[in-house]
Ligand binder design. Structure first.
Ligand SMILES: Nc1ncnc2c1ncn2[C@@H]1O[C@H](COP(=O)(O)OP(=O)(O)OP(=O)(O)O)[C@@H](O)[C@H]1O
Ligand SMILES: [Mg+2]
Length: 340
């Protein structure tokens, strides 16, 4: 059965924020914020419009309130295409979806949605302050609250207010523009934030700050949907991830669903009785003069048992693969080695 849809303007639930791993079970009981069913996009190109490009094929997914959802994929995988469709910037060729309980593209959702575009074009000759005032005006934020909101946002994204008042946007570096972009995405205190490559162009401190900003939005109960290439950041931030390749969703789930449990150990032991070892290591294998496999049971008890049988522990490592390894595996399994 579907989870209830979230009506526009309803207050976010701040009560039960899941951590990155237990997130899914918890969050799947919350209202659905983003839902797509068989979403597909076809572009026709060429002089006679006789060539077809299919950046997105039958994409079905759900994101629940308060979730941080990461969409991963190589260049050209279709991430921006999907994001733009969710925001109603481009229309799907087939399929349907809802955002905050309304059909994709419905104007009523705009007030509750923030968006940081991938390659944002800002008005070069406005100062950052003027630009934020302009976007605040689009959301009809009263002048009395604009000033405070804008200065809070510049503090949040780590930009000097003094230079934001003086410096025109054409004088900002790429990373600084990215921060301005983040500030404008939050000007309307949105319930749902769409971020297309938020770490792009940022230095290490900037990336760290961006991660902190995203985590603080998450702590406020906001729903965050973001595209990224930086898998280590995704691993630190996301409740759930999906991998998109050549327009197809390859897999989707919480990090523990995809990568395995964090407390699973890969062990390597020399000597010892294989009969006894097999009780601890069901997938026991003999390689390089050592017994190896995945440990089942309490590591302390296992160490005591090794001592009793006179075996020697050679290595014991957490068995969880990194998101990067998982990502590469998923693509290789499908024979995908290039971006297009
Ligand atoms: N307007 C368009 N007309 C024709 N093809 C398009 C159009 N927009 C995007 N595409 C194609 O759709 C595919 C997916 O593009 P998209 O921008 O969604 O990828 P992406 O996953 O966001 O990539 P990146 O990581 O580089 O941002 C690409 O092959 C791209 O060339
Ligand atoms: Mg993109």
């Amino acid at each position: 059965m579907d989870a209830p849809q979230l009506p526009i303007g309803s207050a976010p639930d701040h009560s039960a924020l899941g951590d990155a791993d237990s997130g899914h079970a918890l969050s799947s009981s919350r209202p659905i914020v983003v839902k797509t069913e068989g979403l597909r996009k076809v572009y026709r190109t060429g002089f006679w419009l006789n060539q077809k490009i299919v950046p997105l094929k039958d994409c079905s997914l759900q994101v629940h309130q308060g979730e941080t959802f990461g969409l991963l994929g190589q260049n050209g995988a279709g991430k921006t295409t999907l994001l733009k469709m969710l925001l109603g910037i481009i229309r799907p060729t087939a399929g349907q979806g809802t955002l905050l309980g309304q059909p994709l593209g419905d104007r009523r959702t705009k007030q509750d949605v923030g968006y940081l575009p991938e390659n944002a074009y800002f008005y070069d000759f406005l100062t950052a302050w003027e630009f934020l005032k302009y976007t605040a005006g689009l959301f009809q934020i009263p002048a009395a609250t604009q000033r405070q909101r804008i200065s809070e946002l510049f503090d949040l994204v780590g930009l000097s207010q003094a230079s934001a008042r003086k410096k025109q946007l054409r004088q900002y570096s790429k990373g600084m523009l990215q921060r301005v972009g983040m500030a404008q995405a939050l000007i309307n205190d949105p319930q749902v934030v769409f971020l297309d490559e938020p770490m792009s162009g940022l230095d290490p401190l900037g990336r760290y700050q961006m991660r902190e900003i995203i985590l603080s939005l998450k702590a406020q109960g906001k729903t965050i949907f973001f595209n990224s290439h930086v898998l280590s950041d995704v691993e630190k931030i996301c409740d759930r991830v999906a991998i998109l390749a050549r327009g197809e969703l390859l897999c989707m789930g919480s990090l523990s669903e995809l990568l395995g449990s964090a407390d699973r150990y890969q062990v390597k032991v020399r000597h010892g009785n294989p009969e006894v070892l097999r009780r601890w290591i069901p997938d026991l294998d003999f390689q390089d003069n050592c017994w190896q496999g995945h440990l089942r049971g309490d590591p302390q008890d296992f160490l005591a048992s090794l001592e009793l049988m006179g075996a020697e522990m050679i290595a014991m490592n957490l068995a969880r693969t990194s998101l990067e390894e998982f990502f590469v595996q998923q693509l290789r399994q499908r024979g995908i080695h290039t971006s297009e």
